[in-house]
Design a protein around this ligand. Structure first.
Ligand code: E4P
Length: 216
C-alpha cells in the first residue's frame, strides 16, 4: 500500500521523505490555508520533495473554470495530480483531464456509488473520506471494502486512496482490505513507527550492552 502525507507543511514532508517510505502528498484548500503560504510556491516546493503524485485541488464549481484552474495547477510541476470534487462538473473535468493523460484525484467521496462514477470517469485516484464518514455515524472501512469489491468486479484501474485517516487502525484496516493508497496527517504516519515494546526492548538491550563495556 502506498503512503501519502496529507499536509502542506514542508518540514513534515521533508522528514517523512527522508525515511524513504513516502510515495506522494495530498493537499486541499484547508491545508494550504493552514500553511499560510502562496499555493503555487508551496505546491512547487512539495513537488520537488517527492517523485510521487502531489494532489492540488481546484476551487471552482463549474467545469469550464475547473479546466482553467487545472491548467494553472498542472503547470506547477510534472507530478501534480489535479484534485476535483465528486460532482457532475468535477467528473466531467476528470474525464477531460484523464483522457488527456493528466492524473486526477476525485475527492470527497462518501458512497460506493460515487466511487463507481469516479472509476467510469477514468479517475487515477478516488478519495473516500473514512474519518468524516465515521464522524457522521457511517462505517468508513465498510465503504472501502465495498469500493474494493466493485472495482475488482470490473477490473477498474482507479486506485482507492483512503483519505481522512485519523489513526493507525484506519491504516491497518485499509491495508487488510487491499486499498491501493492511504493518505494521513504526518502525526498518524509517525505514530505507526511506535510501539511500547519496541521502546522497552531498546532500553533493555542498551542497558545490558552498557554492562559489557564494549563499543561497536
Ligand atoms: C484528502 O485528500 C483530504 O485532504 C483529507 O484526507 C481530509 O481529511 P480530514 O477529514 O481530516 O480533513
Amino acid at each position: 500500500m502506498k503512503f501519502f502525507a496529507d499536509t502542506a507543511e514542508i518540514a513534515d514532508i521533508k522528514e517523512l521523505a527522508a525515511t524513504g517510505l513516502l510515495d506522494g502528498v495530498t493537499t486541499n484548500p484547508s491545508l494550504i490555508a493552514k500553511s499560510g503560504r502562496d499555493f503555487k510556491e508551496v505546491t512547487k516546493e512539495i513537488c520537488a520533495l517527492t517523485t510521487g503524485p502531489v494532489s492540488a485541488e481546484v476551487v471552482a464549481l463549474d467545469h469550464e473554470t475547473m479546466m482553467k484552474e487545472a491548467e494553472i495547477l498542472r503547470k506547477i510541476a510534472d507530478n501534480v495530480c489535479i484534485k476535483v470534487p465528486l460532482t457532475i462538473d468535477g467528473l466531467k473535468t476528470c474525464k477531460a483531464l484523464t483522457s488527456d493523460g493528466t492524473m486526477v484525484n476525485v475527492t470527497l467521496c462518501f458512497s460506493a456509488a460515487q466511487a463507481l462514477l469516479a472509476a467510469k470517469a477514468g479517475a487515477t485516484f478516488v478519495s473516500p473520506f473514512v474519518g468524516r464518514h465515521d464522524d457522521n455515524g457511517f462505517d468508513g472501512m465498510q465503504l472501502i471494502a465495498d469500493i474494493r469489491l466493485i472495482y475488482d468486479n470490473y477490473a477498474y484501474d482507479t486506485e482507492i486512496l483512503v483519505a481522512s485517516v485519523r489513526h493507525g487502525i484506519h491504516v491497518l484496516e485499509a491495508a487488510k482490505i487491499g486499498a491501493d493508497v492511504m493518505t494521513a496527517p504526518p502525526s498518524v504516519i509517525k505514530g505507526l513507527f511506535k510501539h511500547i515494546l519496541t521502546e522497552k526492548g531498546i532500553e533493555g538491550f542498551l542497558a545490558d550492552w552498557a554492562k559489557t563495556g564494549q563499543s561497536i
